[in-house]
Design a protein around this ligand. Structure first.
Ligand SMILES: Nc1ncnc2c1ncn2[C@@H]1O[C@H](COP(=O)(O)OP(=O)(O)O)[C@@H](O)[C@H]1O
Ligand SMILES: O=P(O)(O)O[C@H]1O[C@H](CO)[C@@H](O[C@H]2O[C@H](CO)[C@@H](O)[C@H](O)[C@H]2O)[C@H](O)[C@H]1O
Length: 437
C-alpha cells in the first residue's frame, strides 16, 4: 500500500524533519494528477502527537532507470523529481500560468520562461529539493509545508522589484491553499552558474591552511579574509535593502528582555533533547543574563533568519544571498517576524566556526591544528564584521553582548539540528559553549 511504502521511504530522506522519532501514522491529504504518470501528493506525518505536512512528486509505472536509489520509493512508485520527462510540467505550468486542480502555477510579470530545458536534481545538503533546468533556472520544492506565503518568495520578489543587488532573480512559483491560506509549494529563480557557495570556498581555504602547518591563517595561500570582508559588505547592503522594502521598528528594553527569556526557553528545549549540553548551558545563561542587564532599545527589521556560508554564492562578480526562508521548522509567523539584523551577523559568525572546525573531527593532527582553526575563524569573523561596518551595517561596540547571546542562541539551535540530522557534527556547535568570547 502507498502509505506503507512512503512511511518506510520518507525517514531516509535528507529533508525529512522528523528523523529519530517513530511515525505513528502517515495520511495522504491530497493527490492531484499533474500529467500521465505524475502525481502531486501532500501527506501528513503524525509523530508523537505532532503532525508535519510534506509534498511529493510521485512518479508511477517507474521506468527501469528509476527503480534504484535515490529515486525509487517502492513497487512502481518513484520520486519524480528525478525524472526530467515529468518535471518539465512544472516549468511549463509556470510559463503558462496554469491551474492544475488546486495547484496554481505562476510566473512574475514581465519574465519569459524557456520551457525546453531539462532538469537535474541538485546534489546538495538541503532541507528542500532543488531542480536545476539547463544552467538557467533552479526550482526549489519546499518539502515540509507550512501554511502561508514562503518568506523566501516574499523577500526575493520584493527585493527584485527594487532592483536588489545581491539576490538571484525570481521567475515564478507554485502555490495551493493549505488550511485556507495560499501556501508556496515551489519557487523558480535564476541559476547562478560559474559560482561557488561560500561554504565550499571557505573549506578550500581551511584545507589549504591545514596543509601548510608552518604559516599563519593570514599567510596561507587559501586566505579567505578578503572574501569575508566583501561578504560583510554585501550583508550590510541586503539588510539596508530589506529595511527599505519592509516595515522596521525599534523595540524597547523590556521586549529585548523578553527576547532573551525566549532564548532561555530554546536552550532548555535543546538541553532536554541533547543532555550533553546541560553541563555547558550556564555559558549561554550567563550571556543571556548580561543582555538583560544592559538591555537597551533595539532596531528590528526583516532579516534572512538562517544565515550561513551555505546560503551565499560567490559569482564571478559578487556575493549573492539565497534562501531567505528563515530557520526550517519555525512557524511562518516567527520566520516573518521583525528581528535584529545582528541575528544574521551572528549566524554567519557561527558559520566561520563551523568551517574552521568541521575538518578537524577525524584529522590525525587534530590537536595540533585546533589553535589554527580558532585563528582562521577569528580572522574571518573579524574581517566579516569589518566589512559589515564598512557596508553601512549598524554595529556599535555595545552590541558585542547582544551578538554573543545571539550566537549562543544559534548554537543551541544547531545542537538540536546536528543531533537530529548529522550526529557526527554535534561537536561543532557544542564547542561554541566552551569558548570564552
Ligand atoms: N540560485 C542558485 N544558483 C546556484 N546554486 C544555487 C542556487 N540556489 C541554491 N543553490 C545551491 O543549492 C544549495 C542549497 O540551497 P538553499 O536555498 O540553501 O536550499 P535549502 O533551503 O534546501 O537548504 C546552495 O548552497 C547552493 O549550492
Ligand atoms: O540551509 P538550510 O536552510 O537547510 O539550513 C539548515 O541546514 C544547515 C546545514 O546545511 C545548517 O547550517 C549549519 O551547518 C552549516 C554547514 O553545513 C554551517 O555553515 C552553519 O553555520 C550551521 O548552522 C542550518 O543551521 C540549518 O538550519
Amino acid at each position: 500500500m502507498l502509505t506503507e511504502l512512503l512511511t518506510g521511504w520518507i525517514t531516509h530522506q535528507r529533508w525529512f524533519a522528523g528523523k529519530g522519532r517513530p511515525i505513528d501514522n502517515l495520511v495522504v491529504d491530497s493527490d492531484v494528477q499533474l500529467a500521465p504518470r505524475l502525481r502531486h501528493v501532500i501527506i501528513s506525518v503524525h509523530q508523537a502527537g505532532a503532525c508535519d505536512r510534506y509534498q511529493l512528486l510521485l512518479g508511477t509505472d517507474a521506468p527501469d532507470e528509476y527503480r534504484f536509489k535515490p529515486a525509487h520509493i517502492g513497487e512502481d512508485y518513484y520520486d519524480a523529481a528525478y525524472d526530467a520527462d515529468l518535471t518539465c510540467v512544472l516549468l511549463t505550468g509556470m510559463a503558462e500560468n496554469r491551474d492544475l486542480g488546486p495547484l496554481r502555477f505562476r510566473h512574475l510579470d514581465g519574465v519569459e520562461i524557456n520551457t525546453s530545458l531539462r532538469s537535474l536534481v541538485l546534489n546538495a545538503e538541503q532541507s528542500n529539493t532543488s531542480l536545476v533546468y539547463g544552467d538557467t533556472y533552479i526550482c526549489k520544492l519546499f518539502r515540509r509545508l507550512t501554511p502561508g506565503v514562503n518568506p523566501e518568495l516574499e523577500i526575493v520578489t520584493a527585493l527584485a522589484r527594487r532592483d536588489g543587488t545581491h539576490i538571484a532573480r525570481p521567475y515564478g512559483w507554485i502555490e495551493t491553499d493549505l488550511d485556507g491560506e495560499p501556501t508556496t509549494l515551489a519557487m523558480t529563480q535564476e541559476f547562478l552558474s560559474n559560482s561557488n557557495d561560500g561554504w565550499a570556498l571557505a573549506l578550500t581555504s581551511v584545507r589549504d591552511l591545514y596543509g601548510t602547518l608552518e604559516c599563519s591563517a593570514s599567510e596561507a595561500g587559501g586566505d579567505f579574509s578578503a572574501e569575508s570582508f566583501r561578504l560583510g559588505v554585501a550583508t550590510a547592503q541586503v539588510h539596508h535593502e530589506l529595511a527599505a522594502a519592509f516595515p522596521v521598528d525599534v523595540i524597547e528594553s523590556q521586549e529585548v528582555k523578553r527576547m532573551v527569556e525566549e532564548f532561555g526557553r530554546r536552550l532548555a528545549v535543546a538541553v532536554a533533547e541533547v543532555p550533553e549540553l546541560r553541563e555547558h548551558a550556564h555559558v549561554a545563561e550567563e550571556a543571556y543574563q548580561r543582555v538583560s542587564e544592559v538591555a537597551r532599545e533595539m532596531p528590528v527589521q526583516r532579516v534572512h533568519g538562517d544565515y550561513h556560508l551555505g546560503q551565499v554564492m560567490r559569482t564571478p562578480t559578487d556575493w549573492i544571498i539565497l534562501d531567505f526562508e528563515g530557520e526550517p521548522g519555525q512557524p511562518i509567523a516567527e520566520r516573518r517576524a521583525l528581528a535584529s539584523p545582528l541575528r544574521d551577523v551572528a549566524g554567519m559568525l557561527r558559520s566561520f566556526d563551523y568551517a574552521a572546525r568541521h575538518l578537524l573531527a577525524d584529522h590525525v593532527d587534530a590537536d595540533e591544528l585546533r589553535p589554527r582553526a580558532v585563528e582562521w575563524a577569528e580572522l574571518n569573523r573579524s574581517s566579516f564584521l569589518a566589512g559589515y561596518s564598512a557596508g553601512g551595517g549598524h554595529l556599535r561596540a555595545e552590541d558585542a553582548v547582544l551578538l554573543r547571546a545571539l550566537e549562543l542562541d544559534k548554537a543551541a539551535y544547531e545542537v538540536v539540528y546536528e543531533a537530529r540530522n548529522r550526529p557526527t557534527w554535534l561537536h561543532i556547535p557544542m564547542a561554541a559553549f566552551q569558548l570564552d568570547r
